[in-house]
Design a protein around this ligand. Sequence first.
Ligand code: SF4
Length: 368
Amino acid sequence: MTKAIRHVLGISGGKDSAALAIYLKNKHPHLDIEYYTCDTGKELFETYELVEKLESYLGKKITKLKAGENSSKDPFDHFYNYYKGYLPSSNARWCTKTLKLDPFEDFVGTDPVISYVGIRGDEDREGYISKKTNIQSIFPFRKNIWSEDVIAKVLKNENIKSIEEIYSFSSKSLNLDRIKQIINQPINTKFVLQQKLNLLLDQDIKEFNRVVFEYLKVTDYPLSREKDFPLIENDEVLVREDIFKILRESGVGVPAYYEPITFEVDGKHGQYMRSRSGCYFCFFQQKIEWVWLLEQHPDLFEKAKYYENQKDGFTWNHSESLTELADPIRVENIKRDFLNRHKNKPKSSLLLDILDDSESEGCASCFI
Ligand code: SF4
C-alpha cells in the first residue's frame, strides 16, 4: 500500500518558522501539518516560551525532538561528552547535524514528507536542510516555492520539450508565446538557470507552479503522490515586515530576544538585540550579540564561558575569548564600533535591520 504523505514544519524558535506555522494554519487550514522542534537543551528561555505560545495558537502539540533522548544529560551535553569535549564551530558544525538534522530525519523515517521551510522572499539562501529523497522541502514565503534540486531537474535542457508540452496543454496564460520562447532558450554560461527561472516566474508564478507540479508526477518526489497541492496557487511573497506583522497580529508575538534594548556609549544611544534563535553560545553570533548576552543573560554568558574554558585555545567567536570580550573597555569598544558601523544606516521601523547582515550566515535548521 502507498504510504500517505506527511506534512511537517520545524519550529526553530526563530521568527520566520513561527510566522510560517501561523500563516499556513490561516491560509491552508485543511493541511494536516505536524509541528516539531529540535531541543538542543541550550536554547534561550524565550524560545521555549515561543513554542508554548505557538502550541496554544495552533491548537496542536509541537513534538519535541531530543537527540540522545535516553541520556540523563541534555542533548548538547550528551554529545559534547560523546565527542570527548570537542566543541562545535563554524568549521566543525557537528551540532546542527547531530542535534537537529538527525533527530528530524529519525522523526520522519522513510515516510514521504513535505517539509515547509520559512525562508523569506527577501532572503537569498537555501539553508542547511535535509537532502533525503523522501523529504521534499517547500518554501511558501518565496516567489519560488521549490527547492533547488527540483528546479534544476525541471529546467534542465533535456526537458525543454516536455516542459513546453505541459505549458501548451495546461496554460491559460496570455503570455504563452513569450513563455515558450523562454522555455526554448537553453541554459548555458550566458543564460543561467536562475535567469531562466526568474523570467518564467515573472510571467506567471501560479502557471509555473502548476507546470512543476505536473512534471513532478513522473518523478519519485513525495508530491508525485498528491492529486492536489494548494501551495501551487499561492503567489504571495513575504518579507521581513510581513513576518513581524503576522506574529504581532496573531497575538503570539515576537520572541523577546528580537526586541531592541537601548544602550549608551560616549553619551550616544544605540540599540542591540539578538538577530536569531538557536543556542545561547552559538558561534554565529556577532560581537554585539555576545555583549547583549553578557548584559541581558549574564548567567548564560557564564555558562558559555565555562565550555570555552574547558578547552585550551578554543573560542566561541573569532579571535578573542569570552573573558577578554567581557572586559568593560572591550565591551565599550564593541558598542562604539557597532554604533559607528550603523550610524549611516537608514532607521528601520523594525530596528532588527541593524543586525541584518548576520542573517545570511548560519543555517535553516537553526535560525529560520
Ligand atoms: S544554534 Fe548554533 S550552536 Fe546551536 S546547533 Fe545551531 S549552529 Fe550549532
